[in-house]
Design a protein around this ligand. Structure first.
Ligand code: COA
Length: 232
């Protein structure tokens, strides 16, 4: 009963459209799905799995929310609207989590055992987001609408896109790394050495071999600090 009370209070806090607890209790599909899940989960834990699945089936039909009776959902969770929400068997959801319509907390289809996500406290999962696999969404994070999240998310992050990437942490923008052009420190060092050799060869008036597959980085070619180093 404690969890149901927490769900009611959290729904009131999070939905500006909620006029009273009475209205939430009797008319909110997401709240109703969670309410029924509390009973289904109890029966599942106490060995009455058939009855648990019957309740879950009724919930799916009535609200459009499909929660496996084994899913571990803390008190104080708000499923807004609800339709299309799917929560898998080994999913774990912390307290003060908001889940919008169309969210899937599912498996990737490749894992067995623990194969659904763990959602820590104070997380918001926006409409249509898919969080897949045995990953952890860190507390106080936000998952953007329509994102597909396949990797762990640290706390206090905003994740958007397909596949999901962190764009903010602690409300600060995270600079995006171009995955096609990752820095290569070894190549850069070889380019620097090539440049030094060329400058030394010029100083000694030695005709060296200038061809190098690494000599194509303009930043390195124009690096005057190398010339300066050699002269000093
Ligand atoms: C992710 C979200 C929660 C915003 O979080 P936030 O921490 O305030 O992040 P911001 O709005 O500052 O956005 C950060 C960046 O992500 C981008 N972004 C935000 N949401 C995005 C989304 N769903 N998909 C792709 N990019 C998105 C923004 O354009 C911004 O990019 P920029 O910095 O290049 O301009 C919000 O955009 C969202 O998805 N809300 C949906 C809520 C919902 O489901 N409502 C349904 C109610 S029924």
């Amino acid at each position: 009963m404690g969890k149901i009370k927490m769900d009611l209070e959290f729904a009131m806090e999070n939905d500006p459209a909620a006029t009273s607890k009475w209205t939430v209790f009797w008319t909110y599909g997401g709240f109703n799905a969670l309410f029924r899940h509390r009973f289904a989960h109890w029966f599942y834990k106490h060995g009455c799995k058939f009855f648990a699945f019957l309740i879950a089936k009724g919930t799916r039909k009535k609200t459009g929310v499909d929660i496996h009776p084994a899913a571990d959902i803390a008190g104080g969770v708000f499923i807004d609207h609800g339709v299309g929400v799917v929560i898998g068997e080994t999913a774990k959801v912390g307290t003060h989590v908001v889940i919008y319509q169309g969210v899937t907390l599912g498996g990737t289809g490749k894992q067995t055992g623990k194969r659904h996500p763990t959602i820590e406290d104070n997380v918001m999962i926006s409409s249509g987001a898919k969080v897949l696999g045995a990953i952890t969404i860190g507390h106080d994070s936000k998952i953007g609408a329509g994102s597909v999240v396949l990797k762990d998310v640290p706390p206090h992050c905003t994740v958007v896109g397909v596949p999901g990437r962190v764009v903010k942490q602690y409300n600060e923008r995270v600079e995006d790394l171009d995955q096609q052009k990752l820095p290569d420190p070894i190549l850069e060092e070889i380019q620097r050495l090539n440049k030094r050799i060329a400058v030394l060869e010029d100083a000694l008036d030695v005709k060296g071999c200038r061809y190098s597959i690494t000599n194509d980085n303009d930043d390195i070619k124009n690096d005057d600090t190398i010339n300066k180093d050699i002269k000093e």
